[in-house]
Ligand binder design. Structure first.
Ligand code: FES
Length: 81
């Protein structure tokens, strides 16, 4: 079950110009969009009036956090808990 913090993160608008929420971006990242440009093509993030000045850094941080999490899981031995 998602924590209250996760729920708020998912509902928060990350790309304000386009009204794209963190949950939508996180789902796209999990589905394989592993760069800002891929998210731009799929969701249209960063294509609003500010031309990604407000959202690019936040989106890139989410992509990096996902990649770091996946790398950490890959580095763990199979029998580690
Ligand atoms: S906040 Fe994303 S394009 Fe402006």
């Amino acid at each position: 079950m998602a924590s209250q913090k996760d729920l708020i993160e998912n509902l928060k608008k990350v790309c304000i110009c386009r009204g794209i929420t963190g949950g939508t971006i996180n789902q796209a990242i999990r589905d394989g969009a592993h760069s800002f440009e891929a998210l731009r093509r799929i969701l249209g993030t960063g294509t609003g009036n500010c031309k990604a000045k407000r959202c690019r850094q936040k989106i890139e941080q989410r992509v990096k956090a996902y990649k770091d999490e996946m790398n950490a899981k890959a580095d763990k031995p199979a029998n580690a808990l």
